[in-house]
Write a protein that binds this ligand. Structure first.
Ligand SMILES: NC(=O)c1ccc[n+]([C@@H]2O[C@H](COP(=O)([O-])OP(=O)(O)OC[C@H]3O[C@@H](n4cnc5c(N)ncnc54)[C@H](OP(=O)(O)O)[C@@H]3O)[C@@H](O)[C@H]2O)c1
Length: 245
């Protein structure tokens, strides 16, 4: 079962899993299951060998992010315990230790629930997806200008994260897995500029230093991960070419 099957990484998880011969139950509100309320969840989990959680909180603010992951992770793990599911697979974010702020407070809360659960788990930390640039361009563009938060990242293709998640399903519960990062360091403002140019609608990004723990982590480079992480192979340029070409 894939919770978040219509999302950025969830779509790839479904595609990769089906290509490798798995029967996939798709879960999202669009398929009539609400993981926050638990509506329809028991029926969706029943019979699943593994549950892949690629849901996403509706906000990067701390309170709604923590509330979302707490409700959804508890509901998933409880449904899995009732159904006797043998494996919970979750994805979190590289480099967030000690960053109890904004969205990352939610991811840390999710990690604690998953690792404390009686349901055997695999937990993959990945860096920001290349697709993150699409979200930021959409949110920050004002005509020919985009006001982009300063961030130093090592982005990875969502498709490569999905492949790793499906392999984790096949390998069985592995606990905390090796982190997955992208192949190159990038500045978020530069990703936004290149994406807009590739779409034929250029933008001039203006990089700004936003206050607070969450944005300090983004610009410090800590979210790029360390030398022990696995590196994806698809660069932003290659992802862009495949997307627009
Ligand atoms: N994006 C990144 O750069 C990045 C980097 C590292 C890790 N991650 C992690 O990867 C995971 C997935 O992120 P994403 O960017 O792929 O997410 P996304 O594109 O925002 O997709 C979220 C999915 O969750 C579903 N969903 C939301 N609320 C739901 C609810 N109440 N009940 C059932 N389904 C619900 C959505 O479908 P409906 O709207 O139909 O319900 C959608 O399928 C997250 O855990 C995130 O922290 C993301």
């Amino acid at each position: 079962m894939v919770a978040g099957a219509t999302g950025t990484v969830g779509r790839h998880v479904v595609r990769v899993a089906e290509a490798r011969g798995h029967d996939v139950v798709r879960v999202s509100r669009a398929t009539g299951v609400d993981v926050v309320s638990g509506l329809g969840l028991d029926a969706a989990v029943r019979g699943a060998d593994a549950v892949v959680d690629v849901l996403n909180a509706p906000s990067i603010l701390k309170q709604p992010a923590v509330a979302f992951v707490t409700a959804t992770t508890r509901n998933l793990l409880a449904a899995e315990a009732r159904a006797g599911t043998a494996h919970h697979v979750a994805v979190s974010v590289v480099g967030i230790d000690g960053v109890e702020a904004g969205y990352y407070a939610g991811k840390l809360a999710q990690e604690r629930l998953v690792t404390a659960s009686a349901v055997p788990f695999s937990l993959l930390r990945a860096t920001q997806f290349h697709e993150f640039a699409e979200v930021i361009l959409r949110q920050t563009r004002r005509g020919r200008v985009a006001i982009v938060p300063s961030a130093l990242l090592r982005p990875v293709a969502a498709s490569e994260v999905a492949e790793r998640l499906v392999l984790a399903v096949e390998d069985g519960p592995g606990g905390r897995l090796r982190e997955l990062t992208g192949p190159r360091d990038e500045r978020l403002a530069d990703l936004v500029r290149r994406l807009a140019a590739a779409e034929g609608d250029p933008v001039h990004p203006i990089e700004v230093r936003l206050p607070g723990t969450y944005w300090r982590a983004q610009r410090s480079g800590v979210l790029r991960g360390g030398p022990d992480a696995d590196r994806g192979t698809i660069s932003f340029e290659e992802w862009l070419a495949a997307r627009t070409g």
